[in-house]
Design a protein around this ligand. Sequence first.
Ligand code: 0L1
Ligand code: MG
Length: 257
Amino acid sequence: MTAVSEFADKLLDAVKVRQGLAPLSDTMDLDEATALDVQQAVVQARVDAGFPIVGAKLGLTSKAKQQQMSVDRPLYGWLTSDMQIDVAVPVVCSDYIQPRVEPEIAFLLGRDLEGKTVTAAQVLAATEACFGAIDVLDSRYTGYKFTFNDVTADNASSAGFVLGGTAVDPYGLDLRLTGCVLEKNGELVHTAAGASVMGHPAAAVAWLVRKLAERGQGLQAGHVVMAGGMTEAVTVAPGDTVVARFAHLGTVEIPFR
Ligand code: 0L1
Ligand code: MG
């Protein structure tokens, strides 16, 4: 068994038994290229299990998130069909190891996007609709303790995502100024604007497309792209309700059971 498949199996087993792991880098050298190979193996296992790729996510795109996780640069992962959670459907905490949530702006692509020179303007031109969204994270590492390469291997802590019920044409919207208010159990916990995500959420998506081009990959029409947490992530437990209220993009609410 190669190191890549061994690491991937550990992460896949952690999901099955809902039990956190020590970081892979504690016991083995894990460089970024190997971490991306592990990520690809983890994602391929989900695809082979019947859950196709439906999009991608960026992580650690805001200063708030980078400071929370002690990591200083963005990363990405892939979204598979089993991660889609419909709007207003309760999320069962015991389906996860240690769920957290964060508000994001999501892009539904109307055209393929690939290449080393893609810009934020081209992302906006290729976007069918934007949504207010909530990312449901679940690190496979106990206590969310990991290095950049560990969390890359863990598919950027991908676990679930909810797109709000309001699809908005991004033309004429300045997403930098799209405000978000995050509430948990009726209390305000965080506020942010779209600019917190790498200056502009579409610039974050453009960065992702250029980064994917380094591995000969790209995004396809119909893919959903989560642009990255606008605020720190918050922990959730059964009985909690989280609401993200966005300017122009509507409200997303998740009840947790
Ligand atoms: O969506 C994200 O920002 C995931 C990045 C990985 C760090 C984390 O688990 O919070
Ligand atoms: Mg996120």
